[in-house]
Design a protein around this ligand. Sequence first.
Ligand code: ASP
Ligand code: MG
Length: 455
Amino acid sequence: MKVIKIGGGCLKDGPAARKIIELIAKRGEGNVFVLSAFYGVTDILIAGIEKALENEDTAPIIITHLKTLHNTIIKSLIDDINKRKQLSKDLSMIFQKLERYYYGISFTREATPRMRDMIATFGERISAAVLSKALSSMGKKSCCLLPEDAGIISDGKFMDASAIMNKTSKNLMSALDSIMTPQTIVFIPGFYGVSESGDITTFGRGGSDYSAAVVAASIKADVLEIWKYTQGFMTADPDNIPHCKLIPELTYEEAAELSYTGAGILHPRTVEPVKKAGIGIAIKNTYNPDAPGSLITKNARTAEKIIKSVSYTKDISVLKIHASGVGARSGILSQITENLSSSGINIKSVVTSQTCISLLLSRSDIEKGHQSIKKIRPIPFTKTSIVTDVALVSIVGEGLQNNRGIAAKCFTAVFDANVNIEMISFGTSTAALYFLVHEEKLDTTIHALHDIFFN
Ligand code: ASP
Ligand code: MG
């Protein structure tokens, strides 16, 4: 049995979704599909929470907007008008419930984490109901299995939950056992699970990749396929390097590193559950489904020059905390990290020297993070500053640590391109080397590195 994840990017509009259901009808029998919401729906749901907090009149407006968006897609998916009406009836119950949640927020002027997570899952609830109905209207045997009914058990952490694998596995095995036949197509909404006390909890934004990995590992699937509108992992971002190439094979570590800086092919946590279970991940292109795509396995072959990809992210900034002997003073780092974590700020990485702690944060967090640590009393530092005009570059390839000369080759290429390296992080991963450059030098850096490792 395969587990196949379909992302919101493949469900952009009616024609795109139509293409997908035809592909599912052709290749999906006897397999489990984990779905994202239709494109943009989760954003609308979450933005709706803020609107509802401000004004109770907005609840019906949000619902109408969502209904219109979905109805347009449904028209492309289901030709039979009676079947469409039937689906509308099923969905109206879901929309009614959602509307009540928004009113609840308006009246109480409060959106608890529990409520936020519950609302955020409606995109997936709807897409799974729609695709399942569309397949059955084509004469296929399909059904929709909700995570709360299937028993995808989470640790209960709102907005950032993890699955409890042994319990989930036991539940899912028996749930599927009772519905699966060689013809059945099962749809499971991604993005969330249910805690042991019954709370709906999401796995964080973009978390339906992780959901699919949890399902694949739980039922010991033959493979986890991620259906995308792109070819797979590439040696660089095609926007920078149009002649970059597909990476046919990657190890779990390489894929995990590339999901932090790469083109958003996979949610960073996807690898976790499948790696433990030894299940491979195949990235498949929906426009060319017979192409092999990128395959992620334990035994993926090493690239000729070790490095498989040059990637980057601009969503990075540095919060610098200066004080003498910070590297030797216990407690200061934990004080700072605790302060940031209680402000809801994620630290992407930390680099310390004896006089400065540098925290790498998302650009959207940097101002808030800076203000937050300034409030620590007694003040444990002499000075703080932020840097925002940087980009994080990485070269990724399993074995770069043990193969002499890779780092030298990388930094020589960057030096020869006349680019100054702002900060280096090497040795924390066996499969990646990271460094910061000025944002305006990013393109030059990427070209220099791609030339040296791939031409
Ligand atoms: N729909 C959710 C989001 O947009 C989960 C996902 O698509 O992976 O974050
Ligand atoms: Mg995604």
